[in-house]
Write a protein that binds this ligand. Structure first.
Ligand SMILES: *Cc1c(COP(=O)(O)O)cnc(C)c1O
Length: 355
């Protein structure tokens, strides 16, 4: 029997967001860090949790965490808003600035959650397209934004799942083409050569979203934040649920920022592994795109993406199947893992693609 209660149409028509959590040996499908955070961090976190007053509500404004994040980026505390993963930051931004009767613009192919959360929160989604090499042309993008006049425009730099960072002139031209919010999702920001955080200014319309899930090796913590003009942050605070950020997460975030050098080391290791994996992929029968992040997009030439995905799972390796995503037919995305994991992936793929 199904319940008689009907969900909202926007929800009923929607497929959930699924990245299968398979029990395999090599998991290269969700762009997590293959390395654990430093043991010293975990030990310090244990001690900090033991000292918390867990019978009390947490600091509702997460002052210490926001101060630490502000210091990390050289901005003010009132220019930072944190939430449970950057997806919740995106949801809060969309609830506040998009929603019913307003539109949200994405340039496909890009991160599926941008349009997904926009629709869930009642906004119409306008789709712009990237060039065939997945870059954005400055004039084409700016003209499109000006004509569509969206309430929120998403850019993703580096772009998931295609890998390339957005050029600074594209971000600036898009921001100049609209008075409304331009959200730059920098989930992979530390892997990239540049950041848009320098474009965030009081009275401006650029906001930059970051997460602890990738470079900080803390996907299990669920912590993300946005650097934004202070009036935008004040608006987000009105939308967030009271005490939305728990006390454990607040101390964990502060402590994690103390291990910046270790984070940079992990990033450097992964960048070297990414270049090695990219070079190896180029020698195989696949089309492959250069990446500024910790993943690489590729398209097998002689077999379908779905077949290759299945054959890799049979070898206990899971990558992301993007074959049905807009503009990505036949494509797969591999997260850069440890050297051993990347070798296992490359060996299996070589075997699968052998004539
Ligand atoms: C992984 C990812 C995120 C991270 O989401 P969290 O909710 O912080 O785990 C955000 N944006 C993009 C583009 C991503 O790839």
């Amino acid at each position: 029997m199904t319940t008689a209660a009907k969900p909202r149409a926007a929800v009923e028509l929607m497929e959930g967001y699924h990245s299968p959590q398979l029990d395999v040996e090599v998991r290269l499908n969700t762009n997590e860090s293959p390395f654990a955070p430093p043991a010293a961090f975990t030990a310090a976190l244990g001690a900090a949790i033991a000292a918390l007053d867990l019978h009390r509500y947490p600091d509702r404004s997460a002052i210490e965490l926001r101060e630490a994040l502000a210091a990390h980026h050289g901005v003010r505390r009132d220019q930072v808003f944190a939430a449970n993963g950057s997806n919740e930051v995106l949801q809060t931004l969309l609830l506040a600035f998009a929603g019913p009767g307003r539109s949200t613009l994405v340039f496909e192919p890009t991160y599926a959650l941008h349009s997904h959360i926009a629709r869930l929160t009642g906004s119409e989604v306008v789709i712009g397209e990237r060039s065939s090499d997945f870059t954005l042309d400055t004039d084409v993008a700016a003209t499109f934004v000006a004509a569509a006049a969206p309430a929120v425009t998403f850019l993703c730099s580096p772009n998931n799942p295609t890998g390339c960072a957005e050029r600074a002139d594209v971000i600036e031209a898009v921001a100049a083409a609209t008075p409304n919010l331009v959200v730059v999702d920098e989930a992979y920001g530390q892997f990239a050569p540049s950041s848009a955080i320098g474009d965030v200014r009081e009275g401006g319309n650029v906001v930059v979203v970051r997460t602890f899930s990738k470079t900080w090796a803390l996907a299990g913590l669920r912590l993300g934040y946005v650097v934004a003009p202070s009036d935008v942050v004040a608006t987000l605070e009105k939308v967030a649920l009271p005490y939305h950020l728990d006390a454990i997460k607040q101390v964990a975030g502060v402590l994690a920022l103390g291990y910046d050098a270790e984070m940079r080391e992990r990033v450097a290791t992964l960048v070297a592994e990414r270049e090695r994996t990219f070079a190896a992929l180029r020698a195989l029968d696949v089309e492959v795109w250069p990446s500024d992040a910790n993943f690489v997009l590729f398209r097998p030439r002689s077999r379908s993406g779905a077949e290759v995905w299945d054959a890799l799972v049979e070898r206990s390796i899971v990558v992301r199947n993007c074959a049905s995503w807009p503009g990505l037919s036949g494509c797969l995305r591999v997260t850069i893992g440890t050297r051993d994991e990347n070798d296992r992936f490359l060996e299996a793929l070589t075997e699968v693609l052998a004539p």
